[in-house]
Design a binder for this molecule. Structure first.
Ligand code: DAK
Length: 256
């Protein structure tokens, strides 16, 4: 099987890099299989505290691989279930930071939206151009984008297929931070290093609780938050964090 990604561990960060530079990291079946498996392995590794998902300078990913879909029938697309597996990304516990440079289009933008914190180069470009191919987003784009930016902006992006700049994406609430072009990867790594200093269980429950906001009523969400908040008082890290504050020193979290 071709190696469509590169993985690396730096400090306690599991890095997954899409690696089809000649095809602007277009997401084919093998690449997505490898991305999901690599993220799952890092998620299960007790030495890893967060993951960093990235592409290269020219593209995070320019979408699903059009050549893999061009001649497919409806039944074939249904059986391939190409993107059904993406729910496994949603089920990961540890935070995922996306480092984005260049294009994040179609399935690439959808993959980016599966991440928790998105750091983008000021030169990055985003969009859901599927309409130009006679299709619509199919890996969660219509739902995640709408929840992220609201109906007016989502309709505009999905029905016109237009590309937007990083500044526009930031203003819409699609991405977390925009940084100078040459700093996109280092800045994302810096955010990951910062996450590595936090209490790991609190990080994971924080991620789970924010994600819950997309799926529940306000009352249910607040109830869920309350339970997870109380749960954290069963961790050594809560004791350490509060004791460190009282003793005016830096907390050292052990992850239990
Ligand atoms: N698929 C395959 N190849 C792609 C690609 C893609 N999405 N995007 C780029 N490439 C390839 C190009 O064909 C070219 O390959 P060669 O010709 O050199 O062999 C190479 O990458 C460099 O691209 P360009 O020569 O086009 O580079 P430019 O700088 O001129 O243009 C561009 C960059 C990003 C504007 C352009 O490449 C472009 O428009 N790309 C397509 C963008 C796009 O339409 N993306 C959406 C794809 S559809 C599903 C759920 C979801 C989806 C599908 C199914 N199910 C639930 C089953 C998602 C669909 C999509 O994402």
């Amino acid at each position: 099987m071709a190696n469509e990604i590169k993985t690396e561990v730096r400090d306690h960060i599991g890095i997954v890099r899409l690696n089809r530079p000649d095809k602007l990291n277009a997401l084919n079946y093998v690449l997505m299989t490898q991305v999901i498996e690599a993220l799952e392995q890092f998620d299960a590794d007790s030495d890893i505290r967060c993951m960093l998902l990235t592409g290269d300078e020219r593209a995070f990913a320019a979408g699903a691989d059009i050549n893999e879909m061009a001649d497919a029938s409806m039944i074939e697309m249904h059986h391939r279930n190409m993107f059904g597996r993406w729910v496994r990304i949603k089920n990961l516990h540890k935070p995922i930071v996306a480092a984005v440079s260049g294009y994040a289009l179609g399935g690439g933008c959808e993959l980016m939206m599966c991440c928790d914190i998105i750091i983008a180069a000021e030169t990055a470009r985003f969009g859901q151009p599927e309409i130009n191919l006679g299709i619509i987003p199919g890996a969660g784009g219509t739902q995640r984008l709408t929840r992220a930016v609201g109906k007016a902006q989502a309709m505009d992006l999905i029905l016109t297929g237009r590309m937007i700049t990083a500044a526009e994406a930031l203003a819409m609430g699609l991405i977390s931070r925009v940084v100078p072009a040459e700093q996109w990867f280092d800045e994302a790594l810096k955010v990951c290093r910062e996450l590595c200093q936090k209490a790991p269980v609190a990080l994971q429950l924080g991620k789970e609780t924010v994600a819950k906001a997309f799926e529940t009523t306000l009352t249910e969400g607040i109830e869920f938050e309350k339970k997870l908040f109380y749960m954290l008082f069963a961790t050594d890290d809560q004791k350490e964090g509060m004791r460190a504050f009282q003793e005016k020193r830096q907390a050292i979290f052990a992850g239990r």
